[in-house]
Write a protein that binds this ligand. Structure first.
Ligand code: FE2
Length: 165
């Protein structure tokens, strides 16, 4: 089997656990008025992360970047139904999915670390994948054009009041 990057991302897309949790999450968030966790969000995050890599001259594998973004919020369904913090649940789910999709043990560990740490701000010592995920996750949200911005529980200093680039 071809293990190039595109193939590994396609394997995540086709993975039964990924598909099942993705559909459950979409159903659970159908009536949500705040930011949802859709494929559009996952791909916004992936593309922003990859832009950061290019801007910084970082050579993180593209499929590692995309896998991190695709899986980083998948545990939100567990958070909604069982109360498990979604970064913790997503990291665990990612480990299981990635093992079935041709990722190496080292890649899986670094992706899990980034996902587990994506809810907290990171200092200059954070590894690049973790820092890029945190930054892209926040930058992806268009608070400046959101109709329910004033009801959102994000603190004002965290909201994107302008287009960020
Ligand atoms: Fe996210």
């Amino acid at each position: 089997m071809n293990d190039n990057g595109v193939d590994r991302i396609q394997r995540i897309q086709k993975n039964p656990v990924f598909q099942d949790l993705y559909i459950k999450l979409q159903d659970a968030e159908a009536g949500r008025i705040f930011c949802k966790h859709t494929m559009e969000h996952f791909l916004d995050v992936a593309r922003l992360m990859y832009i950061f890599c290019l801007e910084d001259g970082e050579s993180i594998n593209k499929d590692v970047v995309y896998a991190t973004a695709l899986l980083h919020d998948l545990g939100r369904y567990d958070q909604m139904t069982c109360g498990t913090p979604h970064n913790v649940a997503s990291a665990e789910i990612a480990g299981n999915v990635l093992k079935e999709c041709g990722f190496t043990d080292d890649e899986i560990l670094s992706i899990q670390k980034a996902i587990a740490g994506h809810r907290a701000p990171h200092g200059v010592d954070a590894d690049k994948l973790t820092a890029y995920l945190y930054r892209a996750d926040k930058m992806s949200r268009n608070c400046f054009s959101c109709a329910v911005r004033s009801e959102c529980n994000w603190p004002d200093e965290k909201k994107n009041e302008w287009i960020v680039f």
